[in-house]
Structure formats: C-alpha cells, structure tokens
Design a protein around this ligand. Structure first.
Ligand code: FES
Length: 109
C-alpha cells in the first residue's frame, strides 16, 4: 500500500468531487454524504478527464461522449454515444482505496 496525499478533507467536502493528480495518474475522488470514493479520472474511451457526478446514482458521466461509470466499481454502465457497441466490460476504470487521514484525503495507489 502506498497512500498518497491529495487535497484537504474540507476542500473535498465543499467541492463534493474533484479530479486530482497523483504521481502519473489523475484520480476522480468524491465525498458523498461522508463516504469517500476514488476511481481513475481518465476516461477509457478517448482519455478525457471525468466528469459529471450523479451523487444519487453514484455514477460519473464523461463530458466528452457521455460514457457513464459506476463510481463504486469503475464499471462502464453506458458506452460513449459515438461508440454504442463499445465493449463495456473492457472499458471499466480502476477504483482505489481512499481515506481521510488527519484532515487530508489520501488514495492508495
Ligand atoms: S472520452 Fe469519455 S466517453 Fe469518450
């Protein structure tokens, strides 16, 4: 386990979600009603940075071609509108462990 510090817990609480750079990765993090989530922020379709969070459904929609990902598993739920037959099972995103450590959001990369 390699826990990396991202942004302050207060900043994430206020923003609800953010895309943060961690080493060579960009990771989408969210705090939804006190529960933390972390998933790759680089879309598996054409590498746009995610995205639009639906806090009720726990999904993230890519801004570019509207692929939808499950924030809890990284699974692609809806393919990009420009590639409706894209193999969703192969285009899922990696999720990460995330924690609040003394006021800082940390992700295990
Ligand atoms: S880059 Fe995300 S859906 Fe196309």
């Amino acid at each position: 386990m390699v826990w990396k510090r991202t942004i302050s817990s207060k900043a994430l609480e206020k923003a609800v979600s953010a895309a943060v750079k961690v080493d060579d990765k960009v990771i989408f993090i969210a705090n939804i009603k006190g529960k933390l989530y972390a998933m790759d922020a680089v879309c598996s379709h054409a590498r746009c940075i995610l995205g639009s969070l639906d806090a009720e459904k726990l999904t993230v929609k890519c801004y570019c071609h509207h692929a939808v990902f499950d924030l809890t598993t990284g699974k692609m739920l809806e393919p990009p509108y420009v590639a409706p037959d894209a193999p969703k099972e192969k285009l899922g995103l990696k999720t990460y462990q995330i924690r609040d450590n003394n006021g800082w959001i940390e992700v295990d990369v």
